[in-house]
Design a protein around this ligand. Sequence first.
Ligand code: GH3
Ligand code: MG
Ligand code: MG
Length: 343
Amino acid sequence: MACSSLANSSQSEVPSFRTLSVLGDHPMTSAVRLVRDIPIVLVIDADLNTQSSLAASLEPENYQVVMTQSGADGLELYNRLQPDIVLLGGLLTDMEGLHCCTQLAARDDSTYVSVLVITDLNDQQSIDKAFEAGAEDYIYKPIHWPVLRHRLKRLLSSNRTLMQLEMANQELARLATQDGLTFVANRRCFDVTLSQEWQRLAREQAAISLLLCDIDFFKSYNDTYGHQAGDRCLKQVAHLISKSARRPADLVARYGGEEFAILLPNTDIAGACRVGDCVQEHLYLAAIAHSTSPVSSYVTISIGVASCIPEPNSLPESFVHNADKALYQAKEQGRNRVQPWVS
Ligand code: GH3
Ligand code: MG
Ligand code: MG
């Protein structure tokens, strides 16, 4: 297919991209009609002959080519278009190619964008400098098109593989920390976070609080409405609990079957009880029917709360145990309540 090389109001016959005011006047997407699935090659080179020969060679190969002569415009185009590959000349109208290369490589989002330097120089020092500046490949003029063609394909394919690997890693990390049914953190994530926060707050000598939340008479909920409805209820309760613990450092985790933990760093017992009340209120407003619960017509939850300032070099076992004892007391005292642990 024909690709979009970018022309502007330049006097030259060669399509080029010269000024930022042109960028401002014509939103990039409509100006060049870029198609997201087709690789975008950004050519930054002062040499108009190189630009035109690259465009003539790349366009029939199903690349979208965008060109500019200046480094500043190149960086702007890079931001706007997120190209797949940058072909960078040694000399630009406003800066050296290597300077532009360093700026491109320093960007956070440059991991999957390759910079291929094209220059007249083929001495070792120039080549070394280009790679040191962040270039991933280097070819010198006259451009040998059959070679450039393969280099581009290889760079694109390795970038794609890197991207897929990164996505797979992110997915793995998510699976390793998230509960598959309710999408809140899993028990392993809770244990790791508790240990880290415990040590941090022992150093800071600041409070940490834990709420252990257990759905009341959930066995009879399953018996009444079926296991699948039970699963849906667990999801809904997890969502309602998450709405109640909203500080960035707060962690909501599935602690066991129908039990959830809320870890609140830098929060004292009064603040933790407020979060517990908030959970209860959300659940009350959600009014999830539970016709066989002895304490309410709706699903309710019992919450045990513990809070302390961690001792340096101590472990959080007794802290968790105290929240568990408070939860037991909440159950004993009739369920559907928030019970702080008082030693
Ligand atoms: P209590 O008020 O004393 O907490 O009573 P309970 O019935 O909630 O407590 P019990 O420990 O007797 O039962 C917990 C129930 O939670 C039993 C189990 O079937 C249910 N449960 C645990 N995990 C899941 C799950 O993933 N899905 C569903 N649907 N049910 C679950
Ligand atoms: Mg339980
Ligand atoms: Mg229960």
